[in-house]
Ligand binder design. Structure first.
Ligand code: PLP
Length: 287
């Protein structure tokens, strides 16, 4: 089925949804994005994603093209027009089309941002078999830029990481910098040792995951112990459990790191419980 896509204020069939070859998103990866999950036709963590979008735009001196309520309305319109029950809404905002290629930022008065949003239907998103089986990861050097806290569309290196993982016969890669895990190609990384949840502290080294924030909040509410600090691959191999979080994977157990089984090589209790809590609470709060 052809999707209805949002482009700069207009809803179009996907085949008619285009942007200029001069768009700075295309030429310079000069843009930011968000991915918001939809469960039962409702948006999960919408306000968290909207807030992070505002921050990403501000960090890049881009003017938000629409306020939170309009953004919400477009998200809901796309869910309705595409009859999405479970899936994702992808949103991308670039610095627009200045009509030529130049390294300098164009004047936002004359070059408005390009805003594109589209849906990805994923029936049964919350029942992904990976959540039951757990995923296997390899480690690779983190060769991304230094502002990973900004959710930019520069995803070449994460893409290469994902391809390296698939070539190695596993599911994903964890990035390592200065001997410590930063995060996964498109998710935040965690280990569990003696029931304590350990995940890297927030800084410009990692994306400030919206799912991470919610999961740590739910963990604290459930009296689970959390320590925000970096950890090594050896520590992960010796952990009782490991898992990842992201808007589309929710909480997904990691059962193998660089060929070594984590714990007993099966999804752990903490990750499994956190996934349950996250899905239950997020569905309740979905809008
Ligand atoms: N880290 C990276 C590098 C990501 O790309 C993502 C999601 O795309 C995440 C973490 C998880 O963030 P969120 O929970 O907001 O989806």
């Amino acid at each position: 089925m052809s999707r209805i896509v949002y482009v700069n204020g207009t809803y179009l069939p996907e085949a008619e949804a285009t942007v200029s070859v001069f768009d700075r998103g295309f030429l310079m990866a000069d843009g930011v994005y968000e991915v918001t999950s939809v469960l039962d036709g409702k948006l999960i963590d919408f306000d968290g994603h909207a807030a992070r979008l505002t921050r990403s735009l501000a960090e890049l001196d881009m003017t938000p093209p629409m306020a939170r309520d309009e953004l919400l309305a477009v998200h809901r319109e796309l869910v309705a027009r595409n009859a999405i029950t479970d899936g994702m809404i992808y949103l991308q905002i670039t610095r627009g089309n200045p009509g030529d290629r130049s390294f300098t930022f164009p004047d936002p008065e004359t070059t408005p941002c390009t805003v594109v949003m589209f849906t990805q239907s994923k029936p049964g998103l919350a029942d992904d078999p990976a959540a039951k089986a757990g995923i296997r990861v390899i480690s690779i050097p983190d060769q991304r830029w230094g502002r990973r806290d900004i959710k930019t569309v520069q995803l070449l290196y994460p893409s290469m990481g994902k391809m390296a993982a698939l070539a190695a016969g596993v599911d994903d890669a964890w990035f390592v910098e200065d001997g410590k895990v930063t995060e996964g190609t498109s998710n935040n990384a965690y280990i569990v040792k003696n029931r304590k949840i350990i995940t890297r502290e927030l800084s410009s080294d990692i994306l400030h995951g919206i799912t991470r924030a919610a999961v740590l909040r739910f963990a604290a509410e459930a009296q689970m112990e959390v320590e925000e600090r970096s950890f090594t691959i050896d520590e992960a191999k010796g952990a009782d459990e490991a898992f990842i979080t992201s808007a589309s994977a929710f909480v997904t157990p990691v059962v193998e790191v660089d060929g070594a089984a984590v714990g007993d090589g099966k999804p752990g209790q903490v990750a499994t419980r956190l996934r349950e809590i996250y899905l239950e609470e997020s569905r309740k709060a979905a809008i």
